[in-house]
Design a protein around this ligand. Structure first.
Ligand code: GLA
Length: 728
């Protein structure tokens, strides 16, 4: 178990409970990758390395006349540059002498009994009960005096391995990094695999696409300055015949919120290479003598139990080892109502109190005051940056407003978009140089706002002070942290011309510093991330926020796809999901069933609901509370694929002890005189007897999983069913 460095055969093997990962210090001290997959026990896979004279594949000079060794044909642990490997590189560095070359030889290996740390970037952490070992392998280039340090942590019980990379300049002149990948994984035999990713767009984030690997480079990336709506920093490589329940699946989740790149290349010999890290676009990072650059962490998992098994590994790990918020472990998330779709920016303190009173009657526990409460903010053309309460709207002041809400027995939350500035704002008038604009050029407009230069320390300090001042002024229980545009005009007035290639990454480092500072001083606040919905929904954000707004699209039928796609890597406990007015034809009950796929809440004007609707909402809020432990802490099963034509979408949550479950079904299509349909449960104990919906059925787990439950026909369109199963 753990990490084994076998000095006789020169292999290093990482073992989790069910997986092994093997490397070998091979010819000329180059580091080869041998294996990642089911447990190897103590096998040495060095015999897998076959070497032939391959035409047009260069041979290192040191191998003299030996033409059978070429990096172009060997599986490597970190692919190099200008060393005869023409496949995708993990590094592109301009050395002090202007040369573009890196040739790393394994020089130093250390093994520790704790999780490695990064100074500048968020990482997962080890809990006291976890068995974790870490490995550091230094690949040294003796000519350029550059070290690449590969970091690994092995979480044994969780079946998770994390990786990260550091580049250290031991030379006497600066080097410039143009590409640095945190992960390079070579499969000796990579044929017959599919690549699954989560592309999308605004309002339709994390849809699912799966494609067979062919002989070219498949690229999944974002160059929007954020991990984006359009792609997600998560990919799966799986057997072409892998299903939800069976088959080999590898998952890779990058802990980074800025530009990212994943490249999967099936090469001429059917070897498969995956690299993942910061996107090289406009990335030129100077590493001065003695300095070290850190690349973000990648979380990797492997299972033979299909896509559901893979999701369970990530869900379990991200629920326990990613975010330290008390809302992950100790405190239940409140049922919230958000003012955005109720009032947009047209509200005052009285209106908010009215919404809160009506919402209280719906079982809501937290009122969130969204955009519009600060500066001069009556529409989205002004006010961003001025984080002071607008007392024309909040006439009684923030403190008194929060007191009124608290007196109703409710908690209070607030919205910020700290990273942005409006040209029509006091902040912009005072500090135009803080906005990202390329000198001499008009900026690219997007929602009429400009990004603040988060790479600047003075901007970071301003935001920490302003946000903290609001959080300290009143009894704030919740914060929604938003960002509503992609970045363009990448430029920092605080950096010289030759450092502008660092701005994209420094922006993200600045953002992490701010969030760290604010969250550490307010550890009791529940933070929810947002980017025009789910535009920066990534593992690094979930390190800071236990939950994230899935999408501005609240249409419950679209939400079926949104929750389905998001669930491939992120657990329901982090999916912000609300009932709203969107979807006029969809019954309120169905909206509630869908919102119970995540952290249930409301996004509507509660004062407009009838007494009967409020009562129904009250019942639904109570159900969410009742089922909280199943939804938030249980295993999640995708029972059907909403992207395929079918008449219903179904999913299920099962408690870890398999004694209780919630199975939800939404009828999405009605066919005239169609066949009777059944939904089969998953994850139950075959020989345990369950009472379904308090005695509607009493059936064994085997019956529920193999024969299934009939879904009534002849029901109105978009009817939803919930089956609560409890062992008797
Ligand atoms: C984004 C968010 C919304 C809302 C608005 C406010 O679009 O996704 O939920 O907060 O901003 O401007």
């Amino acid at each position: 178990m753990g990490i084994v460095y076998n000095k006789e055969d020169n292999t290093i093997t990482l073992h989790t409970k069910n997986t092994s990962y093997q490397m070998k210090i091979g010819n000329l001290d180059y580091l080869f990758h041998l294996y990642y997959g089911p447990t190897l026990h103590d096998a040495d896979l060095s015999y897998q390395i076959m070497q032939y004279d391959r035409g047009f594949s260069g041979n290192p000079y040191e191998s003299r006349n030996e033409r059978t060794f070429s990096l172009d044909a060997q599986p490597q642990e970190f692919s190099t540059q200008q060393q005869g490997d023409f496949r995708t590189a993990s590094i592109e560095v301009v050395n002090g002498d202007g040369s573009y070359s890196f040739s790393g030889k394994a020089a130093k290996i250390t093994i520790e009994k704790e999780k490695y740390r990064l100074e500048t970037l968020p990482t997962v952490f080890a809990n006291e009960s976890d068995t974790v070992h870490s490995l550091e392998i230094t690949l040294s280039d003796s000519v350029s005096e550059v070290d690449v340090i590969l970091l690994y942590s092995v979480f044994e019980e969780a079946d998770i391995i994390t990786r990260a990379v550091k580049v250290k300049n031991n030379g006497k002149t600066s080097i410039h990094l143009k590409k640095i990948m945190s992960l390079c994984l070579d499969f000796i035999n990579g044929s017959g695999m599919d690549l699954l990713s989560l592309p999308g767009r605004y309002g339709q984030e994390r849809q699912v696409e799966r494609q067979p690997m062919t002989h070219h480079i498949h690229t999944i990336s974002s160059v929007r300055g954020s991990s984006s709506h359009q792609q997600n920093p998560f990919v799966v490589l799986c057997d072409q015949d892998a299903t939800e329940d069976f088959g080999k699946c590898y998952g890779f989740s990058l802990m980074y919120s800025g530009n990212f790149l994943a490249e999967a290349e099936l090469d001429q010999y059917d070897q498969l290479r995956l690299v993942m890290g910061i996107h090289p676009k406009q990335f030129v990072y100077e590493v001065r003598p003695g300095e070290t650059f850190e690349g973000p962490e990648v979380v990797m998992a492997f299972t033979e139990k299909g896509l559901t098994g893979l999701s369970h590994l990530f869900h379990d790990f991200y629920r326990t080892n990613l975010c330290r918020s008390r809302f992950v472990t100790q405190t239940e998330r409140p049922v919230l109502i958000n003012s955005w779709e109720a009032a947009f920016m047209d509200f005052d303190d009285k209106k908010l109190v009215e919404i809160a009173k009506a919402a209280k009657n719906m079982g809501v526990e937290l009122l969130v005051m969204d955009d519009g409460w600060f500066g001069k903010r009556d529409d989205d053309n002004s006010g961003l940056g001025d984080w002071v309460v607008n007392e024309d709207k909040i006439k009684c002041g923030l403190h008194a407003l929060v007191e009124q809400i608290n007196d109703l027995g409710m908690k209070f939350g607030i919205w910020f978009e700290p990273e942005m500035v409006s040209e029509d704002s006091d902040l912009y008038r005072a500090h135009p140089e803080w906005a990202m604009k390329i000198p001499g050029r008009p900026e690219v407009r997007s929602r009429n706002q400009i990004a603040l230069d988060m790479s600047r320390k003075d901007v970071q300090d301003y935001l920490i002070e302003k946000v903290n001042a609001i959080l300290d002024d009143a009894n704030i229980y919740y914060v929604k942290w938003d960002i509503n545009r992609s970045l363009a005009d990448i430029w920092s007035n605080a950096l010289p011309a030759d450092k502008q290639g660092e701005v994209y990454h420094r922006y993200i480092l600045g953002l992490y510093r701010i969030m760290d500072a604010i969250i550490k001083t307010h550890p009791d606040i529940l933070f929810e991330g947002c980017s025009g919905g789910g535009g920066r929904f990534d593992a690094a954000m979930l390190h800071y926020y236990p939950q994230y707004w899935v999408s501005d699209n609240n249409h419950p039928i679209d939400r079926l796809k949104l929750h389905y796609g998001t669930s491939f890597v992120y657990p329901p406990s982090c999916m912000g999901a609300h009932i709203s007015d969107s979807g006029k034809l969809v019954p309120l009950k169905t909206k509630a069933v869908v919102a119970m796929g995540g952290t249930f809440g409301y996004e509507l004007d509660a004062t407009h609901l009838t007494e009967e609707e409020q009562k129904l909402c009250r019942e639904q809020s109570a159900l969410f509370r009742k089922y909280y432990h199943i939804i938030i802490k249980g295993d999640y099963y995708r029972l059907s694929n909403p992207f395929e034509t079918g008449n219903m979408t179904a999913w299920q949550h099962v408690t870890k002890d398999r004694q209780e479950s919630l199975l939800s079904v939404v009828v999405t299509n009605l066919t005239c005189n169609g066949p009777q349909e059944y939904v089969r449960a998953k994850g139950l104990e075959t020989d345990t007897v369950y009472s379904v919906n308090d005695g509607q059925y009493t059936l064994s787990g085997s019956a529920l999983m193999n024969a299934g439950l009939p879904i009534p026909r002849e029901v109105p369109e978009y009817t939803a069913f919930q089956f609560h199963m409890k062992a008797v």
